[in-house]
Design a protein. Structure first.
Length: 413
């Protein structure tokens, strides 16, 4: 273990740190981190829906509404923040606000065809939340790139008598016009459905999902995107119909499909949320780093209900040290579940339609499997997950402790 940790510290981490310091990567990471207040509050509202949804308390308020106005707006915020932050980092401060507003416009243009098809009213559509995050990031990157190209462009000479703020207005018109016209031509002129075109990139998954490799690819893609700050819910339009058909067949007794929402989110894998992050939250709560300890305490209640946006966006997303173990989870844990259910039939394949993913483990495991062996298999997954997270967490913790000590020394000086 010590040799492995030494390799992580001396070889793996420095290389990933170099990537992590890339201006674009820092922009994406900062943009996601700045939405944490919305994520934390949205997670709280999500937890507050449980009495009404699970226990059927009729007088309980519908907290899905404030959820929709917090975490349900995250993609809209991301489309603004990416160009805003890149302009800030490139020191084009006069263009940052207009860049952010242009990001929102481009995002709106891209999702409009889908809103029209679904006849969505106002901001209730899922694309404004986690479901549109990938599109929001692409829109933000596109706008940031164009605005960056014209960051030093001006229609006026340096000695012009026109006030700077007026010059900024006119100079910004060209990159804004380029962004809007390009998207207008693609979406309205050429009728390219960018939103669904992006979803189509991962559609080949549907044909091979009910195989071991398909199972691994589905979980890995979810965790891989999540580790980059892109919620796995973006895959829902592709995976949900397949998952629903699979569990319906299981409930009818006509099949024994393993790759279902129930298997992933309720029975075995997503303990604490996608990527099995509950062990990580516990480690953070016990950490010697004051930052990680505080974050762990803030994340524990959402984690009990399998809501892990706070811990993922707070400690994993775009953090090279913590991204890698999340990817390992996505490979190792599906193999364990496959062996435990399909190969040696130790635990049952879920046959109960149960879409309440925020029900705490192992309660959800018992509901979906009605088996003690199912709970045992779930605990095995948690144990293996803990072993995967631990060495990477210790390296991350050491970095944070060193940073805190350095900061404290600087404050005293």
């Amino acid at each position: 273990m010590n040799k492995f940790i030494h390799w992580l510290e001396t070889s793996f981490a420095p290389r990933m740190t170099k990537i992590n310091n890339n201006q674009w990567i820092v922009t994406l990471k900062d943009s996601i981190m700045q939405t944490l207040p919305l994520i934390f509050l949205g997670s709280l509202f999500c937890c507050l829906t449980i009495p009404g949804d699970v226990f059927k308390i009729s007088w309980w308020p519908d907290f899905w509404t404030p959820f929709g106005w917090t975490l349900g707006m995250i993609s809209l915020m991301i489309s603004f923040l990416i160009p805003f932050n890149l302009m800030e980092k490139k020191r084009f401060r006069q263009q940052r606000l207009i860049g952010g507003m242009t990001g929102i416009i481009v995002f709106a243009i891209i999702i409009t065809p889908q809103l029209t098809i679904d006849k969505a009213i106002g901001f209730s559509h899922g694309v404004f939340g986690a479901g549109g995050m990938f599109i929001a990031i692409l829109a933000g990157i596109f706008v940031a790139f164009v605005m960056g190209l014209f960051g030093k462009f001006s229609f006026f000479k340096e000695d012009s008598v026109i006030p700077d703020f007026v010059r900024s207005w006119f100079d910004s018109m060209l990159p804004i016009g380029i962004c809007v016209v390009i998207m207008w031509i693609l979406v309205d002129g050429l009728k390219i459905d960018i939103y669904n075109a992006v979803l189509a990139v991962v559609s080949p998954l549907s044909g091979s999902m009910e195989t071991l490799w398909g199972f691994i690819v589905v979980i890995f893609l979810d965790c891989f995107l999540y580790s980059m700050g892109i919620s796995g819910w973006v895959l829902t339009p592709i995976t949900k119909p397949i998952f629903l058909a699979a569990i319906t067949a299981n409930a009818a007794g006509t099949a024994a499909n393993l790759v279902t929402s129930e298997t992933i989110y309720s029975a075995y894998l997503a303990v604490g949320g996608m990527g099995c992050t509950f062990p990580l939250v516990i480690m953070m709560m016990l950490s010697r780093s004051s930052k990680l300890k505080a974050l762990g305490k803030a994340c524990i209640v959402p984690a009990v209900f399998n809501i892990n946006e706070p811990v993922v966006f707070g400690a994993v997303a775009w953090n090279p040290v913590m991204m890698f173990p999340m990817w390992l989870q996505a490979i190792v844990l599906p193999i364990i579940v496959w062996i435990g259910t399909k190969v040696i039939a130790f635990a049952p394949v879920p046959k109960v339609v149960f879409d309440l993913w925020y029900t705490p483990f192992p309660i959800s495991t018992w509901i979906t499997t009605q088996s003690v062996t199912g709970i045992i298999l779930m605990l095995v997954c948690v144990a293996v997950s803990t072993c995967i997270w631990y060495p990477f967490f210790k390296m991350y913790e050491k970095n944070e402790i060193d940073a805190e000590a350095l900061k404290a020394a600087g404050t005293k000086a």
